[in-house]
Design a binder for this molecule. Structure first.
Ligand code: VGL
Ligand code: ZN
Length: 197
């Protein structure tokens, strides 16, 4: 069984949003068209409380895109984005959202969650693995935003968990912060993730 995981195609990651990924909205028609080819479609939704610890605004003297040390490891500080129940956290209005499952992540104030599988401590599960296994899904294709953060971390975790993972790069867009796109590509390749276009 083959699942499509659509990562964080939300207003704040699209042009005009708080953490806009260049050309982020361009992938929406592609993703909608792909949905028919899978046994299951899962959407992830970045879903932060106000003053989330990944927001630069929650740390005095810090600026967006700085790297800090959190108890669970290094963390990039972001502009406030995908705040629960705001328009920025909603899916792009053109994205087809009649998915099998919508999984929210990053909802705990003290810890971020790039991956759809584990929070950034790399140990706290979101429950997605259990859902997929319970549905008999063993192959995954990942698309969405951003290639170098949430797609990258989700793909690496999925591969480590033993899923057969492909990232369709033409249906992803990157933030590309200090070489993060190349680093993400290298990490995904090393983890055995297939990158296709
Ligand atoms: C993401 C940074 C912060 C992403 C989410 O979806 O890639 N990036 N939160
Ligand atoms: Zn976030």
């Amino acid at each position: 069984m083959h699942g499509l995981i659509v990562i964080d195609v939300q207003n704040d990651f699209c042009p005009g949003g708080a953490l806009a990924v260049p050309d982020g909205d361009a992938i929406v028609p592609l993703i909608n068209a792909m949905m028919h080819d899978f046994d299951a479609v899962i959407l992830t939704q970045d879903w932060h409380p106000v003053r989330h610890s990944s927001f630069a605004s929650a740390h005095s003297g810090a600026a967006p895109f700085e790297l800090i040390q959190m108890p669970y490891g290094p963390q990039v500080l972001w502009p406030d984005h995908c705040v629960q129940n705001t328009r920025g956290a909603e899916f792009h209005p053109d994205l087809v959202t009649d998915a099998d499952l919508i999984i929210r992540k990053g909802f705990r104030a003290g810890i971020d969650s790039y991956s759809g599988f584990f929070e950034n401590d790399k140990t706290t599960p979101t429950g997605l693995e259990g859902y997929l296994r319970n549905r008999g899904i063993d192959r995954l294709t990942l698309v969405g935003l951003a290639t170098d953060f949430c797609v990258h971390y989700s793909a690496v975790d999925a591969a480590r968990l033993g899923f057969d993972v492909t990232v369709q790069m033409n249906a992803c867009r990157a933030i590309d912060l200090d070489g993060s796109l190349q680093a993400g590509i290298d990490a995904m390749t090393s983890a055995g993730v297939k990158l296709i276009s």
